[in-house]
Design a protein. Sequence first.
Length: 244
Amino acid sequence: MPDSIVIIPTYNERENIERMIRKVFTLPHDFHLLIIDDGSPDGTQDIIKDLQKEYPETLFLEARAGKQGLGTAYIHGFKWAIARQYDYIFEMDADFSHNPDDLLRLREAAVSGADAVIGSRYINGVNVVNWPMSRVLMSYFASVYVRFITGIDVQDSTAGFMCYKRKVLETVNLDKISFVGYAFQIEMKYTAIKHGFKLIEVPIIFTDRTAGTSKMSTGIFKEAFWGVIQMKINSIFRKYPEGE
């Protein structure tokens, strides 16, 4: 069985999902794909189900009822992948803001010794295309803020392009990951580091979507701002066993 699975959460991604699925399956490494769809009313699931006839052994769909948040989608996918013993478990967006070709680079870094790999927009300057300056500054300074509050040495703490080795997700108590929006990505990285895992950042170029609608909102940023402080305080009273 292939050792790598890519988890992609979707909500109304009919403009992107078929092209993304076909692209991942053309990569020179054998990746499986798990789509977590939160009841998209635009027919995203129908497209995936049709493609499952073409890729019956490599494309999987977990359909959920209604929007339940990015964090819960990934937690659902992590547990699904752990149960099936994948060694390398990836997070990626459906909208091509993350280049599927970079999956190979993230995997190579994990194979070479990292416990988790971040596809980083900010490790080599600011590598973001088609974002308004206000959004770039908000994202960049969110990571500065996270470093200031938590002390972790991660340049792109809000990144959603990730590779985790299975042992990281088995060690982290996924049921204690509390955030569901933007702060979910911060909490996962922070918790992995607290458990003693090695995270490295691989530079990527992030290109804003050209099809479909962004899911970003002011509420998501507010959750991240206050959530980081709450997470730091809670961590003072929590034990983090060392990962193997």
